[in-house]
Design a protein around this ligand. Structure first.
Ligand code: NAD
Length: 421
């Protein structure tokens, strides 16, 4: 481990590689770079301290540089023990950013680093999974009076925050970045769809064609994974608890069944529910020999790996991000990426283009919080529709795509009720 006054990273000598990877990400994040250019001129975040707990990836580094261009001071740590890209952490440290993160963090280091970010006394928090907000509310309430607000990246974090709001426990306003269309209908759907397959392939290099590919959860992430598994010629099976989502999956042409039935026939399983013990020991006992289990939901709670560790006769690491557990009857179950987000553990997370949209949302959320300082209640907010539309326009522009504008006649027609057949 390399330690400096304002950093703790795996190997500071990886900085040069990190810098090249950040440049590669920037080439695909033109829409975010446009925002960076404006931030450079307008400095909307001048003097604002922002604390981040995000996956420390090349795309996140592009966000960090955008916030810095806007005038912010930054302290960052990871939001998952396995998702940090060590070269990126080193590059950020070399640029003078406060950064504490490495791939394979112990639980102790994970929380120590969160505390480092909290001790930076952020006025804005950016979270992916709500751990930063949760730690501040549990242990550092004295800091809350100086916090303008926060922004949350993912579905699981937003669920936790809405639970806090309902319990009247939330003490400062949060922008649910996840809930913008340009976030969850892009990042969760297209990003998780592609990067989950990438993670499974890098960990295993298995053939998808002809396999029974079970996806637990048919939300935005599940839909993305299902479509890609289908495109790679797997027989896709969906498990759900929500009747409409179950119906949607069936109408999209997938087989839908309870996990108990899917467990008996599946070859590859992916959980993307944001819920707990979706694949439990009772299901593992029903599975075939040699099944692959992966999770792409936020926390490592979706596959009951804790109980698997207790009942397994033996465990071997076969290759990076692939552990073999053998049960008493000799059956082998392969757990990928320690049941943590497979796309970030075994691969590199979402492609940069997708993250450009997610991170414009984060940049706009910070700007919005500063502009509305003192005016927002301690609630969970969504960015205004105009901002979401602006992000879509910026991305279309970056892709060189033009769309039409309504004529005044069309605008009048669409807004009126008098005109009929
Ligand atoms: N891997 C990534 O990079 C990445 C990216 C975005 C979101 N996420 C995470 O993925 C998870 C899913 O996100 P989402 O946006 O798709 O959420 P979502 O709410 O749109 O979908 C989750 C679905 O899971 C279903 N579900 C809940 N309990 C279930 C159960 N017991 N069995 C079967 N289905 C069940 C729900 O009914 C829902 O349809 C969250 O934890 C989110 O934070 C991960």
């Amino acid at each position: 481990m390399d330690k400096g006054k304002n950093y703790e990273v795996k190997d500071i000598n990886l900085a040069e590689q990190g810098k090249k990877n950040i440049e590669w990400a920037e080439m695909q994040m033109g829409a975010l770079l446009k925002v960076r250019d404006r931030f450079k001129k307008e400095k909307p975040l001048k003097g604002i301290k922002i604390g981040l707990a995000l996956h420390v990836t090349k795309e996140t580094a592009v966000l960090v540089k955008t916030l810095v261009a806007g005038g912010a001071q930054i302290a960052i740590t990871g939001c998952n023990p396995l998702s940090t890209q060590d070269d990126i952490a080193a590059a950020l440290a070399k640029e003078g950013i406060n950064v504490w993160a490495y791939k394979g963090e112990t639980k102790e280091d994970y929380y120590r680093y969160l505390t480092n970010v909290i001790n930076f006394k952020p006025q804005i928090t950016i979270d992916d999974g709500c751990d930063l907000v949760s730690e501040i509310h549990k242990k550092h309430q004295d800091l809350i009076k100086n916090i303008i607000g926060g922004a949350e990246e993912t579905t699981t974090g937003v669920i936790r925050l809405r639970a806090m709001e309902k319990d009247k426990a939330l003490r400062y306003p949060i922008i649910a970045v996840n809930d913008s269309k340009t976030k969850h209908l892009m990042d969760n759907l297209k990003g998780t769809g592609q990067s989950t397959m990438d993670g499974i392939l890098r960990a295993t290099n298995v053939l998808f064609a002809g396999k029974n590919f079970v996806i637990c959860g048919y939300g935005e992430c599940g839909k993305g994974v299902a479509k890609r598994a289908q495109g790679m010629d797997s027989n896709v099976i969906i498990t759900e608890v929500d009747p409409f989502k179950g119906l949607q999956a069936a109408m999209d042409g997938f087989r839908v069944m309870p996990i108990k039935d899917a467990a008996k026939i599946g070859d590859i399983f992916v959980t993307v529910t944001g819920n707990k013990n979706i694949i439990d020991i009772e299901h593992m006992k029903l599975m075939k020999d040699g099944v692959l289990l992966a999770n792409s939901g936020h926390f490592d709670a979706e596959i009951n790996i804790n109980d698997l560790k207790k009942i397994a006769k033996s465990k071997r690491n076969i290759r990076p991000f692939m552990d073999e557990y053998t049960l008493d009857d000799g059956k082998r179950i392969f757990i990928l990426g320690e049941a943590r987000l497979i796309n970030l553990a075994a691969a590199e997370g979402h492609p940069s283009t997708i993250m450009a949209m997610s991170f414009i949302n984060q940049s706009f959320a910070c700007e919005y919080l500063v502009k509305n300082k003192g005016k927002l209640e301690p609630k969970v907010y969504v960015l205004p529709k105009e901002k979401d539309d602006e992000i879509a326009r910026l991305q279309l522009e970056a892709m060189g795509i033009k769309i039409d504008t309504m004529t005044p006649e069309q605008k009048k027609y669409i807004e009126s009720w008098e005109e009929g057949t």
